[in-house]
Design a protein. Structure first.
Length: 117
Protein backbone atom coordinates (compact mmCIF):
# COMPACT_ATOMS: atom_id res chain seq x y z
CA UNK A 1 0.00 0.00 0.00
CA UNK A 2 1.29 3.46 -0.89
CA UNK A 3 1.70 5.53 2.25
CA UNK A 4 2.69 9.03 1.14
CA UNK A 5 4.71 11.04 -1.37
CA UNK A 6 8.38 11.49 -0.39
CA UNK A 7 9.50 14.20 -2.80
CA UNK A 8 9.21 15.91 -6.14
CA UNK A 9 12.55 16.27 -7.95
CA UNK A 10 13.86 18.99 -10.22
CA UNK A 11 16.78 17.82 -12.37
CA UNK A 12 19.84 19.97 -13.07
CA UNK A 13 23.23 19.55 -14.71
CA UNK A 14 25.20 22.19 -12.79
CA UNK A 15 24.70 21.17 -9.16
CA UNK A 16 26.87 23.97 -7.73
CA UNK A 17 24.79 26.62 -9.52
CA UNK A 18 21.62 24.91 -8.29
CA UNK A 19 22.92 24.93 -4.71
CA UNK A 20 23.51 28.68 -4.92
CA UNK A 21 20.07 29.34 -6.42
CA UNK A 22 17.92 27.13 -4.20
CA UNK A 23 19.83 27.55 -0.93
CA UNK A 24 21.20 31.10 -1.15
CA UNK A 25 18.92 33.01 -3.51
CA UNK A 26 15.57 31.37 -2.75
CA UNK A 27 16.62 30.61 0.82
CA UNK A 28 14.91 27.22 0.97
CA UNK A 29 15.44 25.32 4.24
CA UNK A 30 17.65 22.24 3.68
CA UNK A 31 16.41 18.88 4.95
CA UNK A 32 19.15 16.63 3.46
CA UNK A 33 22.09 17.13 1.13
CA UNK A 34 24.66 14.97 -0.64
CA UNK A 35 27.06 15.72 -3.46
CA UNK A 36 24.36 14.98 -6.06
CA UNK A 37 21.04 15.86 -4.42
CA UNK A 38 19.41 18.34 -2.03
CA UNK A 39 16.05 18.01 -0.32
CA UNK A 40 14.25 20.99 1.15
CA UNK A 41 11.58 21.61 3.80
CA UNK A 42 12.69 19.57 6.84
CA UNK A 43 9.82 18.19 8.88
CA UNK A 44 7.47 18.29 5.90
CA UNK A 45 5.78 15.13 4.70
CA UNK A 46 6.83 15.96 1.13
CA UNK A 47 10.17 17.44 0.12
CA UNK A 48 11.35 19.36 -2.91
CA UNK A 49 14.39 17.58 -4.30
CA UNK A 50 16.99 19.03 -6.63
CA UNK A 51 19.23 16.39 -8.18
CA UNK A 52 21.95 16.10 -10.77
CA UNK A 53 20.59 14.53 -13.96
CA UNK A 54 22.84 11.49 -14.17
CA UNK A 55 20.83 9.28 -16.50
CA UNK A 56 19.95 9.92 -20.12
CA UNK A 57 16.23 9.69 -19.30
CA UNK A 58 16.64 12.62 -16.87
CA UNK A 59 18.46 14.90 -19.33
CA UNK A 60 15.28 16.05 -21.16
CA UNK A 61 13.76 16.98 -17.78
CA UNK A 62 16.32 19.75 -17.23
CA UNK A 63 15.19 23.30 -18.07
CA UNK A 64 11.41 23.09 -18.18
CA UNK A 65 8.28 24.21 -16.38
CA UNK A 66 8.16 22.04 -13.27
CA UNK A 67 4.58 22.63 -12.17
CA UNK A 68 5.93 23.37 -8.68
CA UNK A 69 4.45 26.28 -6.72
CA UNK A 70 5.99 27.64 -3.52
CA UNK A 71 4.12 29.84 -1.04
CA UNK A 72 6.26 32.85 -0.07
CA UNK A 73 5.88 35.33 2.76
CA UNK A 74 6.86 38.83 1.62
CA UNK A 75 6.81 37.87 -2.05
CA UNK A 76 7.41 41.47 -3.16
CA UNK A 77 10.66 41.60 -1.19
CA UNK A 78 11.89 38.24 -2.48
CA UNK A 79 11.15 39.18 -6.11
CA UNK A 80 13.02 42.45 -5.69
CA UNK A 81 16.01 40.61 -4.19
CA UNK A 82 15.97 38.01 -6.98
CA UNK A 83 15.73 40.71 -9.66
CA UNK A 84 18.68 42.58 -8.15
CA UNK A 85 20.67 39.31 -8.13
CA UNK A 86 20.00 38.84 -11.86
CA UNK A 87 17.64 35.87 -11.51
CA UNK A 88 15.58 35.31 -14.66
CA UNK A 89 11.80 35.42 -14.47
CA UNK A 90 9.54 33.50 -16.86
CA UNK A 91 6.69 35.67 -15.56
CA UNK A 92 7.25 38.84 -13.55
CA UNK A 93 5.51 39.52 -10.27
CA UNK A 94 1.85 40.24 -11.00
CA UNK A 95 -1.47 40.49 -9.23
CA UNK A 96 -3.84 37.70 -10.21
CA UNK A 97 -7.40 36.89 -9.09
CA UNK A 98 -5.92 34.33 -6.65
CA UNK A 99 -3.15 36.58 -5.26
CA UNK A 100 0.31 37.71 -6.30
CA UNK A 101 2.43 35.38 -8.41
CA UNK A 102 5.79 35.27 -10.19
CA UNK A 103 7.59 32.46 -12.02
CA UNK A 104 11.37 32.27 -11.65
CA UNK A 105 13.90 30.26 -13.60
CA UNK A 106 16.76 28.46 -11.92
CA UNK A 107 20.17 28.64 -13.69
CA UNK A 108 19.16 25.69 -15.91
CA UNK A 109 15.81 27.20 -16.90
CA UNK A 110 13.62 25.10 -14.58
CA UNK A 111 10.58 27.22 -13.76
CA UNK A 112 9.18 27.51 -10.23
CA UNK A 113 6.03 29.50 -9.43
CA UNK A 114 6.06 31.74 -6.35
CA UNK A 115 2.76 32.81 -4.79
CA UNK A 116 1.77 34.82 -1.73
CA UNK A 117 -1.00 32.45 -0.61
Amino acid sequence: MIERMKNVVVFVRDFAAAQHFYKEQLGLPVANESQFMMEFFPGSTTNLGVATAMHEDAYPLVGRHTGITLVVKELDDLCKKLTEAGVAFAEPLMQTPWGKMAVVKDPEGNQIALVDR
